[in-house]
Design a protein around this ligand. Structure first.
Ligand code: HEM
Length: 231
């Protein structure tokens, strides 16, 4: 346990923890996107509601979900500690502060982008996750399955459709996904640097997978509320 405490108290240890938690959250984004793309199927929500019911009743998924919340919190808290540690290590600051000379806009605004994402996650969880698990406001919907049996699911699909009929909510999602893209533009590559994996041999691959995370995935997420709104 001592090795763990001294690892997370050092600046390098914190950077490694940021990298590991960040990459875990990237893997969550892929799984979550695949599930959410079912919202675009024109089947009155049968696929999406079946998927949501499975995810919220499977004990293994529910355990991973609790871990996921802990990792989101850990990622945000370590970022806060790291920022404070860096600020107190350089209390006076540099005389010439021309950040753009050797860094990108994303890398200089990771705290701001991360805060936007944290606000997004809080609002997003309240909208859907909280309503499913604790709100009790989402009605049930009945479907006939492939064998002709009547099945009944919480109609989360209808709740999402309702939310994305509001242009302010759609704009909030699109804005947040742009912030997520910029956050991952720096964050994804930086995680590999923190883990010491930025070897010239892998840099091409890291850049290609990075493009998937900073552009393709945020664009796919943003397209869901937009498609639902304009459909
Ligand atoms: C169009 C975009 C998105 C849609 C339609 C969507 C939809 C949903 C829905 C319906 C739930 C509730 C599922 C349930 O409890 O059964 C949920 C949960 C969640 N969403 Fe999203 N989501 C989107 C984007 C995102 C993004 C970009 C993030 C992270 C940055 C995110 C993070 C989460 C988390 C952490 C949960 C809780 C999952 C759990 O129970 O473990 N979502 N989302």
């Amino acid at each position: 346990m001592n090795w763990f405490i001294s690892a997370v108290s050092s600046s390098v240890g914190k950077k490694i923890m940021m990298a590991l938690t960040g990459l875990f959250l990237c893997s969550f984004l892929v799984v979550h996107l695949i599930g959410n793309l079912q919202l675009l199927k024109l089947d009155l929500g049968l696929s999406f509601n079946t998927y949501a019911q499975f995810m919220s009743h499977n004990p293994v998924i529910q355990t991973i979900s609790k871990g996921n919340f802990a990792i989101i919190l850990a990622h945000a808290l370590i970022a806060l500690f790291l920022t404070r540690q860096n600020a107190s290590a350089r209390p006076i600051g540099y005389q010439v502060k021309k950040g753009s000379a050797n860094s990108t806009w994303s890398s200089r605004n990771m705290g701001l982008l991360g805060t936007i994402l944290l606000v997004f996650i809080a609002v997003h969880l309240y909208h859907f996750w909280w309503q499913v698990h604790y709100g009790g406001t989402i009605p049930m919907r009945e479907y006939t399955d492939d064998h002709g049996n009547l099945v009944s699911f919480t109609d989360l699909y209808a709740a999402v459709m309702f939310a994305f009929s509001n242009p302010y909510i759609v704009a909030f999602y699109v804005f947040s996904m742009i912030a997520m893209g910029y956050h991952l533009y720096h964050g994804f590559a930086s995680a590999f640097q923190s883990l010491g994996l930025n070897h010239v041999k892998y840099n091409g691959l890291i850049r290609a997978v990075g493009f998937l995370f900073y552009f393709v995935i945020p664009a796919a997420y943003a397209s869901i509320p937009l498609i639902i709104f304009f459909r």
